[in-house]
Design a protein around this ligand. Structure first.
Ligand SMILES: O=C(O)C1=C[C@@H](OP(=O)(O)O)[C@@H](O)[C@H](O)C1
Ligand SMILES: C=C(OP(=O)(O)O)C(=O)O
Length: 424
């Protein structure tokens, strides 16, 4: 992993007061990118409100525009999407940065284009696996190739999505399933989508996909615990309100318990439908987090929980997190790296488990640590939480939060957290 850093960095100064105030998290990344795609596949105009505007959703919107969809942004949290219901062949490759959702969802949707579509991303995305999705598309008779097993992917679209049944191994990413489900509604016959392999993490993201599809009038039937039948209805344009981002909420919930404050998120934790909202109960138990946390159904909340665990009364073992190794970076390694920069005995990797050796006496100490963020927004946002309690925590490349939460540093500042920015 990278050791040295030159560029922008932010030092978080521990506040001398509990964090109190109102911070509403931005719109859900997951729901915004689903809604943008299904709205683009619906004939007519859809108004998406409460949406996230960040790198990931910008890449999705730009890619859809490149395929002939009209997308306007009437205000800071809305998209107006007008489409014929068809995606046209883009002139060049679709560049999707490191947006896993946009990359996976558009790889399947590219089958609906007549002509070749190249789906590509930045150097990080080019190391994130997509082969299982490509294999699944090929089994449906859709020609596609990803020579490295990661983007770029070339999809030779035929303007249709056909085949009665497709099996998908979603062990590495639930996004493959969501991608197939969303494209399948625009097929010309019902498609059964069946999970193979082991039980997957993040099932809640499939529920999120089904909910967004149904809001745009798709018809999906669950045949059994691992199979869905998608009817070839297409989508109907609609107005859709997107809920705030539950993963973003985890930083605010954690900031609240770490400082003994009260942050009004504008949404009760129980109202979120996204998987990471499950982390709320755990966060509320702080400083009595359980000895073992299975992160499989709240994967994006694991960095938050792991940093929080450092201040817990007792150690915490994180299990069910193997696929954190193929997110924006290898998050198990990045969390281990950051925690051990704070204090060498604070974390240990055991296979794909992460053990955090908690110590409530960390609070108030001065332990200068420059946290490498590996271009991963969640590593930056979660280690900023350590800076609320420890003097000397510096976050490298703080701008990487723009992937999903561009307003993060302003949100902390609005709660009275002092930040020192420097370029080194
Ligand atoms: O479907 C989604 O919106 C997401 C699914 C999860 O990824 P995987 O399915 O790759 O685990 C999650 O980590 C990602 O941030 C968003
Ligand atoms: C894993 C993440 O993103 P994605 O897979 O959508 O790039 C994330 O936001 O934590």
């Amino acid at each position: 992993m990278v050791a040295e850093w030159s560029g922008q960095q932010t030092t978080v100064l521990p506040p001398d007061h509990p964090l109190r105030g109102r911070v509403v998290p931005p719109g859900s990344k997951s729901i915004t990118n689903r809604a943008l795609l299904v709205a683009a596949l619906a004939e007519g105009t859809s108004h998406l409100t409460g949406a996230l505007k960040s790198d990931d959703t910008r890449y999705m919107a730009l890619a859809l525009k490149a395929m002939g969809v009209k997308i306007e942004e009437p205000d800071a949290t809305s998209f107006t999407v007008t489409s014929t219901g068809r995606l046209s062949k883009p002139e060049g490759p679709l560049f999707l940065g490191n947006a896993g959702t946009a990359t996976r969802f558009l790889t399947a949707a590219a089958a609906l284009v007549e002509g070749d579509v190249i789906v590509d991303g930045d150097k990080h995305m080019r190391t994130r696996p997509i082969a299982p999705l490509v294999v699944a598309l090929k089994s449906l008779g859709i020609e596609a190739e990803a020579p490295t097993g990661c983007p770029p992917v070339t999809v030779h679209g035929k303007g249709r999505f056909g085949g009665r049944r497709v099996e998908i191994d979603a062990g590495l990413s639930s996004q493959y399933v969501s991608a197939l489900l969303m494209a399948a509604a625009c097929g010309d016959e019902p498609v059964d989508i069946a999970l193979t392999g082991q039980e997957i993490g993040a099932r809640g993201y499939i529920d999120l996909t089904l909910a967004t599809m149904r809001a745009f009038d798709a018809k999906i039937e669950r045949l059994d615990a691992a199979t869905w039948r998608v009817a070839p209805t297409g989508y109907r344009a609609t107005d859709y309100l997107i809920e705030p981002d539950a993963s973003a909420a985890t930083y605010l919930w954690a900031a609240e318990v770490l400082t003994g404050g009260a942050i009004d998120l504008g949404v009760p934790a129980g109202d979120f439908t996204q998987p990471d909202a499950k982390a709320y109960q755990l966060i509320s138990a702080f400083p009595h987090l359980p000895a073992v946390i299975d992160g499989s159904q709240m994967q994006d909340a694991v960095p938050t929980l792991a940093v929080l665990a450092a201040f817990n009364e007792t150690p915490v073992r994180f299990t069910g997190i193997a696929n954190l190794r193929v997110k924006e970076c290898d998050r198990i390694a990045a969390l281990h790296d950051g925690l051990t920069r704070i204090r060498p005995d604070l974390a240990r990797e055991e296979g794909d488990n992460l053990l955090v050796a908690s110590d409530p006496r960390l609070a108030g100490q001065t332990l200068p640590a420059s946290i490498a963020t590996y271009a991963d927004h969640r590593i930056a946002m979660s280690f900023a939480l350590a800076g609320l309690k420890i003097h000397g925590i510096t976050i490298q490349d703080p701008a990487c939060v723009a992937k999903t939460y561009p307003g993060y540093w302003n949100a902390l500042a609005s709660l009275g957290v002092k930040l020192e920015e420097k370029t080194v």
